[in-house]
Design a protein around this ligand. Structure first.
Ligand code: NAP
Length: 289
């Protein structure tokens, strides 16, 4: 599709954004769907966020993805926040409807689809979620509508406790929280079928670290690591070694982008193409910043 006066502009704002694979992934998707859309990465400093959002309205930018460090702060500049994004407290996708900016969060849906796509249903399962940052919060709210039991463990236990309390207020019955002590991890994993690492532990350049010891893993667990650089984290390597089923972070990255594509275009995203491009880009990047 050639750029023209009718081209709709979408993009990513964050700092840094230089290594993001989203431009390649979304532009390939727009091309495959024959849509006159283009996607660019824009580095926006913290102090410029308000101006950038004002600029989105002024320039009639159709859609934005939002990444670190703006996901929480951007909420106050938008006109309407989707109910899930409001509960999560963070927005990663904005749609501009005639100057009215609507905020969404597609991270939780992306994570759920990544697991389901690997052949594991979340319905009625017992899951352990490690982390309580932005991504973990999105995953926790999506999982709370699907799993039967959720245990949230985090280095700073107060954050895990706060998140669990929010889910309890949302009427989730079996939600628990705690820290990362070995015994607590062992106990939480003992009746779990799914374990998710939603921390940055294991991410480049700290590739040799893992959020838990491999001996705590079992062959009947599904181990999902949302970190995607490297593609195979130490956690996933050790999980595979004990015979557990592993899911890497690429599926979540693709599906959160696919959901943003749908919000902006009203059409289903060409997920297979997005996955292929993401794998090519991440393999090129693998183990590098
Ligand atoms: P965040 O809001 O900064 O949260 C970071 C989380 O990691 C917190 O729970 C933090 O614990 C924990 N953590 C950091 N260092 C730790 C350590 N040394 N030991 C134990 N816990 C540690 O970040 P985020 O946005 O949630 O992102 C987390 C990771 O997910 C990043 O690697 C990011 O690239 C990845 N991610 C992937 C996707 C995808 O599509 N696959 C999407 C979003 C994010 P405390 O609360 O105790 O500090």
């Amino acid at each position: 599709m050639e750029l023209s006066s009718k081209t709709r502009l979408c993009g990513l704002i964050g700092d840094p954004v230089e290594h993001s694979i989203s431009p390649k992934m979304l532009n390939a998707a727009f091309k495959a769907a024959d849509l006159n859309f283009v996607y660019v990465a824009m580095n926006v400093k913290k102090r410029e966020l308000a101006s950038a959002i004002k600029g989105m309205r002024a320039l009639n930018i159709h859609g934005l993805n939002v990444t670190i460090p703006h996901k929480v702060n951007v909420v106050k500049y938008l006109n309407h926040i989707d109910v899930d994004a409001r509960a999560i407290g963070a927005v990663n996708t904005i749609l501009n409807v005639n100057g009215e900016l609507r905020g969404f969060n597609t991270d939780g849906i992306g994570a759920a689809r990544a697991i389901e796509e690997s052949g594991t249903s979340l319905e009625g399962k017992s899951a352990v979620l490690i982390g309580s940052g932005g991504a973990a919060r999105a995953i926790a709210f999506t999982f709370s509508n699907k799993v039967d039991k959720l245990t949230i463990l985090n280095r700073h236990t107060d954050k895990a406790g706060k998140l669990a309390a929010e889910l309890t207020r949302k009427k989730m019955k079996r939600v628990y929280s705690g820290g990362l002590q070995r015994e607590r991890l062992r106990q939480a994993l003992s009746d779990a079928q799914i374990m998710v690492n939603a921390t940055s532990v294991g991410m480049f350049p700290n590739k040799d670290t893992s959020i838990l010891e491999g001996v705590l893993l079992r062959p009947d667990l599904v181990v999902f690591d949302i970190v995607y650089n490297p593609l195979e984290t130490r956690l996933l390597r050790e999980a595979a070694k004990v015979g557990a089923k592993t899911v890497n972070g690429v599926g979540m990255l693709v599906h959160q982008g696919a959901e943003a594509f749908k919000i902006w275009t009203g059409k289903e995203a060409p997920v297979e193409i997005m996955h292929k491009v993401a794998m090519e880009e991440l393999s090129r990047l693998n183990g590098r910043a």
